[in-house]
Design a protein. Structure first.
Length: 144
């Protein structure tokens, strides 16, 4: 069992109706072994399995070893996440918190070496409330 200390929340930055198969195709075209995320939440709020949590992801360059990547489908720079997506995200993070213990819940942009707006302003602004709801507090983000 690999050690997990963080969850990174992402958005697909694609139209909301694009889901796991489209994301997988894009990642394979970039040379990844598979989809880089461990979980994808589609437009219906369905939680889809990407990589196994036992496998190292490919979702935050240089910070994948101890992290789990969750991608919510949509471009949240331009649109709000749907209530069903937020409910699924809360449910998923709560279950991961129970399974792995205290975890940092971060947006992709929180990684110090990232130059990204991911998970988009509308989803990112909801992360503090999400952390509060599931009693997960964000530790200070380590700057490398």
């Amino acid at each position: 069992m690999r050690k997990i200390s963080k969850i990174y929340v992402h958005h697909s930055a694609l139209p909301r109706d694009k889901s796991l198969s489209e994301i997988r195709k894009l990642h394979l075209a970039r040379g990844f072994e598979d989809v880089g995320y461990h979980f994808i939440i589609d437009s219906k709020g369905e939680i889809l399995q990407g990589r196994s949590v036992e496998e190292t992801g490919a979702h935050v360059k240089r910070d994948n070893i101890e992290s789990i990547g969750i991608c919510v489908c949509g471009n949240f720079e331009e649109e709000q996440p749907l209530p069903s997506q937020l409910e699924a995200l809360e449910k998923l993070i709560s279950s991961l918190y129970k399974r792995f213990g205290k975890l940092q819940v971060l947006g992709h942009r929180d990684y110090s070496e990232s130059d990204t707006l991911c998970p988009g302003r509308y989803l990112y602004q909801l992360l503090p409330e999400l952390r509060s709801k599931i009693k997960v507090s964000q530790n200070s983000v380590e700057k490398r």
